[in-house]
Design a protein around this ligand. Structure first.
Ligand code: C2O
Ligand code: CU
Ligand code: CU
Length: 482
């Protein structure tokens, strides 16, 4: 049964498969959910006492070679047995076999090449979410790494500093692969950042938030049927970890890595000073009391513990799911970091020469997941764009009736948000973005410039349970005059 969750938790239920074993790709490219059987509730494992284990900071991946222009990395796509339920090991999919996938740290203007070897028994691929990369390196769903094969992805990093992430994008299996663990951080440091003196090094912490469901024996259960049963929330693959901090500023890079869930993150009234969004730094910091993060959205915040006493506990929590991380203030520290009043100026917006409409909608009769009434077809180009041009895209959530949330993600380009239902967007959306949360019935207008590369790229709902069922379209960027 597939529940298509609404903002208020109303669920539509349609039949599909539920598995506790990693997927085996079905022949002919047909998704597993064509083989349907009814679902049964899975009792969730006892995740034990909260705040008994520390937050794991993802290890920074070390290059295997460094040349004048390029950092070379290698990663195996494999499995890892991760202890999330105390005393039990949960088999997850992993980049490199770590319990938490490594962070790739890139620098603006320096090329990165990552060689991925597929050690699983099914095809995978890798997409750099938010990356401005050639089509051949974008991880198109039909462009796969077969079992036993390896593949080099080339990332020029000719883009502003930003908290990107890499994840699987294999056709029809992306949702399950990401759910099972195939995602990690890819951070580009902008050439403008060092001079800002934002908290850095051990005070710059990426945190991937997600939901999950573990059976009593520790098995990670992928029940696309019932995303609301995924009540175990994880921060960097730990449930409710604590994190010892100094009484000073920290930069937190928050990612919603869930395939379906929306987070509304807060710190019990403490200010989250938002400094960045999907596409990097905002023009100026914005104090927030809570931040909504749809699937795949990122927010960078600075949290300042200097006003706290030693022994204080500060919770990062979700509005409905409860505590995510407990920060324990354990020591004093000197702090030479700052958050300047201006961070990154916004360039003027070029004039748009085209306006398009994209309606995301689930058909209430067939439950097909659609954009502009079509389900994804990799052989079809839905949108042709001339390289170098600027367009306004009006993105409509057509599911007011079913009360479904959607998030819209565009490959290749970072966009600016023009308005939500005609009203100005929230100040946290003032910078560049690549993914946007769209409430049931809402319309959002964004503007993007499609420069640099030609070829086929995707746009889709980033609730991957929707895109895997067809809520995805294909654009082709063509040279001027073609
Ligand atoms: Cu996060 Cu099509 O990507
Ligand atoms: Cu992407
Ligand atoms: Cu959706």
């Amino acid at each position: 049964m597939l529940a298509l969750g609404g903002a208020t938790g109303v669920a539509l239920v349609i039949p599909t498969a539920e598995t506790t074993e990693p997927a085996v790709a079905a022949p002919g490219g047909h998704p597993r959910h064509h083989h349907r059987r009814p679902s049964r509730p899975v009792p969730s494992a006892d995740t034990g006492e909260p705040f008994t284990r520390p937050l794991v900071v993802p290890p920074v991946l070390r290059p295997v070679a460094v040349t004048a222009t390029t950092d070379h990395y290698r990663l195996d796509v494999t499995t890892a047995d991760v202890e999330i339920v105390p005393g039990l090991h949960s088999r997850m999919l992993s980049y490199g076999g770590h319990a938490v996938n490594p962070t790739i740290r890139a620098r603006q203007g320096r090329r990165v090449r990552v060689t991925y070897r597929n050690r699983l028994d099914q095809p995978v691929n890798v997409h750099l979410h938010g990356g401005h990369v050639a089509a051949a390196d974008d991880g198109h769903p039909m462009d796969l790494i077969q079992p036993g094969q390896e593949r080099v992805y080339d990332y020029p990093n000719q883009q502003a500093g930003a908290s990107l992430w890499y994840h699987d994008h294999s056709h029809h299996t992306e949702s399950e692969h990401v759910y099972r663990g195939l995602y990690g951080f890819y951070l580009i440091e902008g050439s403008d950042e060092a001079g800002l003196r934002l908290p850095s090094g051990q005070y710059d912490i990426p945190i991937a938030l997600r939901d999950s469901l573990f059976a009593e024996d520790g098995t990670l259960v992928w029940n696309q049927a019932d995303p609301f049963s995924r009540t175990t929330l994880l921060a960097n693959n730990r449930h409710q970890p604590y994190f010892p901090v100094a009484a000073r500023r920290y930069r937190l890079r928050l990612l919603n890595a869930s395939t379906h869930r929306t987070f509304e993150v807060h710190a019990n009234g403490a200010t989250l000073l938002q400094i960045g969004g999907d596409g990097g730094l905002l023009p100026a910091p914005v104090p927030r009391t809570s931040i909504l993060l749809g699937s795949a959205e990122r927010a960078e915040v600075v949290i300042d513990f200097s006003g706290n006493a030693i022994g204080d506990q500060v919770f990062l929590a979700d509005a409905t799911g409860g505590p995510l991380v407990r920060f324990d203030v354990v020591r004093r520290a000197t702090d030479s970091s700052r958050v300047p009043p201006q961070l990154r100026p916004l360039p003027p917006m070029p004039r748009a020469t085209a306006e398009r409409l994209f309606v995301m909608r689930v058909d209430p009769v067939t439950f097909a997941s659609l954009i502009n009434d079509k389900a994804f077809d990799p052989a079809r180009v839905d949108t042709t764009i001339t390289r170098g041009t600027t367009e306004i895209w009006k993105i409509v959530n057509g599911d007011a009736g079913l009360n479904l949330e959607h998030t819209f993600h565009m490959h290749l380009a970072q966009f600016r948000v023009l308005d939500r239902d005609g009203a100005p967007p929230s100040p946290g959306e003032s910078g560049f973005k690549d993914t946007i949360y769209v409430r049931p019935g809402e319309s959002v207008r964004v503007q993007a410039t499609f420069d640099g590369f030609v070829g086929r790229y995707l746009y889709h709902c980033h609730m991957l349970d929707h895109s895997a069922f067809g809520m995805m379209g294909q654009m082709e960027v063509v040279p001027p005059g073609s």
